[in-house]
Design a binder for this molecule. Structure first.
Ligand SMILES: [Zn+2]
Ligand SMILES: [Zn+2]
Length: 561
């Protein structure tokens, strides 16, 4: 079993599937089939074993792998290409199916590039380097393409992000808990520790004293979404309590590796420590004498330790701050979009009611500002929205509704609207939504200008990364954290599933600098207020103490200006 180390043959299959998806995407009426191939491409790329190790029957048990996808996989494995792919290729100029996968290359551009002899990604890279690309696209698009070329990464795109991994692990825990002879099951592993992109899923399963572990293993291997056992799990019969031979490892239909840590009740706590990890942390705890215990706190006590919060179980002994932020400390959400934003879905009233139902004291309604094409509020729309919030306040006396904006940081650090308009708002988050390719010094200056602005309360998704999509722009987080500590401007920990930005590592930098933090869901619909949970886990991994978290206290009130 590999940890997402994809072999060349598997990657070639994934690339073939991705090209089929791209070519289908150029045709009318093929959107769903295109999406199925794209999903399959990512799943295959991130498989925990070579795709050639799966039988055709096992492949078809993977989510989204129907007969046509599977036929393509089989042919790609055998001959390096598929008849379906060749037929699709024949309808387009050479290389178009590869070129359109690069962000910034529209189908028309891809065809023009192909006509000019630029028919693969290497030639495209050369055209970027020597400036030829400028004959086909605008300068700004050329920057986007240059960046896109560096991140065509099917493996990263196929890995689950924290939220997906948590939902999947919880679903597996429920499925395991329903097996005969199982007393309880709990989500564990990387997802419990809040790892941004978990490599595998894990559950701790406690079987009844009278049940043989081998019987539980036999049953779990028959669950419909288990594709097969890995690492000889099929023959597993030995007791797998902590300190034993390790978890039962299976491949599940989402294409992920799932580690099942089985234990009898008396060893359940120790099994949860092991199932939660990290491996380095567990090794260190074992060195201190981890012994069998029924619950987690007792297991840690056998090693002479207090149980650290799971997000801090990376190193040993973990550095637990005096008062680590907890989910229950969160009293407001600092970055939420209503349907006044072009990409927002739910009205002010629905968000206000949902925030109150969560027990929040306040919520900042930070709709997109005018400079964001399509989605931003014009000056006039902003006035109307502010009136709508004022009216809504009278209907929602149980939660403070802040009039807010998510501003766009321009190339020179400038912001939307004018100072008076901005100071008329209760709460402003400022974010970079454009020009991701500028050098670090430029990005840092842009953000520092926003940090110093009297109307800006927080910097939104400070590094701009999208997990599995793009790494984020280059920026000096140390310098920004320092400036934020001086001005009191908060750095956001955005809980949106593909963002988790700041990342836990940068949270630790912000904490060390004494910079305030703002945890937010960046919800664009009511249900997404749930994304606060992953913001909390990320902040905890970074060791965020409650006193640095802006939304762990009273509603913010404007002090500057
Ligand atoms: Zn944003
Ligand atoms: Zn936003």
């Amino acid at each position: 079993v590999t940890d997402g180390v994809t072999d060349a043959a598997t990657l070639a299959v994934a690339e073939g599937l991705a090209e089929i998806a791209a070519l289908l995407g150029l045709r009318r009426g093929e959107r769903f089939r295109s999406r199925a191939f794209r999903t399959a491409a990512r799943t295959v790329a991130a498989l925990p074993l070579p795709v050639s190790a799966l039988t055709a029957e096992e492949r078809r048990r993977l989510d989204g792998v129907g007969a046509s996808v599977d036929r393509a996989i089989g042919e790609l494995l055998e001959g390096g290409t598929s008849s379906y792919l060749e037929r699709l290729r024949a309808d387009e100029p050479a290389g178009v199916g590869r070129l359109v996968q690069v962000v910034g290359i529209a189908p028309r551009t891809a065809r023009a590039l192909s006509a000019a002899g630029i028919t693969d990604l290497d030639r495209l890279a050369a055209a970027v380097d020597d400036g030829t690309l400028g004959r086909f696209v605008k300068e700004r698009t050329a920057e986007v393409v240059a960046d896109g070329l560096r991140r065509v990464d099917l493996v990263a795109a196929g890995r689950p992000v924290l939220r997906q991994a948590r939902l999947e692990s919880e679903a597996w825990a429920r499925a395991m808990a329903a097996l005969p002879g199982v007393a309880r099951a709990d989500a564990a592993g990387d997802a419990r520790r809040g790892v941004a992109q978990p490599a595998a899923l894990a559950v701790r399963v406690v079987h009844d004293d009278g049940t043989a572990p081998a019987d539980v293993v036999a049953d779990l291997l028959t669950l419909p979404r288990v594709v097969r056992g890995l690492d000889g799990a099929a023959g597993a019969g030995a007791s797998r309590t902590a300190g034993g031979p390790g978890p039962v490892v299976v491949l599940v239909s989402s294409g992920r590796r799932l580690d099942v840590h089985l234990a009898a009740p008396a060893a359940a706590g120790t099994a949860l420590v092991v199932a939660t990890g990290s491996a380095a942390h567990v090794a260190a705890v074992r060195e201190r004498g981890l012994a069998t215990a029924a619950d987690e706190a007792a297991a840690y006590r056998t090693a002479g330790l207090d149980a650290p919060p799971p997000p801090l179980r990376e190193a040993a002994p973990p550095d637990v701050p005096g008062r680590l932020l907890r989910q229950a400390d969160v009293r407001g959400d600092g970055h939420v979009h209503t349907d006044w934003s072009g990409d927002g879905h739910d009205p002010i009233d629905a968000l206000a009611a949902a925030a109150a139902a969560r027990g929040y004291d306040w919520i900042a309604l930070t709709d997109h500002a005018v400079d964001l094409t399509m989605n931003g509020l014009t000056r006039e729309a902003l006035l109307h929205r502010d009136h709508a919030i004022e009216a809504a306040r009278e209907r929602h006396l149980d939660v403070v509704l802040l009039k807010g904006l998510e501003l766009n940081i321009g190339v020179d650090g400038g912001l939307d609207y004018d100072l008076e308009t901005l100071l008329g708002q209760d709460w402003c988050v400022a974010s970079i939504h454009s020009l991701f390719q500028r050098p670090s010094a430029v990005q840092t200056e842009r953000i520092l200008a926003a940090v110093a602005h009297p109307a800006v309360d927080a910097i939104g998704h400070p590094t701009g990364r999208l997990l599995g999509v793009r790494p984020g722009y280059e920026v000096d987080v140390h310098a920004i954290a320092q400036a934020c500590a001086e001005t009191g401007t908060a750095l956001e920990v955005n809980g949106s599933p593909r963002r988790l930005d700041l990342d836990a590592g940068w949270v630790a930098v912000a904490v060390a600098a004494g910079a305030p933090l703002l945890l937010s869901s960046d919800a664009h619909r009511v249900a997404e207020l749930d994304h606060m949970a992953e913001a909390v886990l990320t902040a905890q991994r970074g060791g965020a103490p409650v006193e640095l978290v802006r939304n762990a206290g009273d509603p913010p009130r404007r002090t500057a200006g």
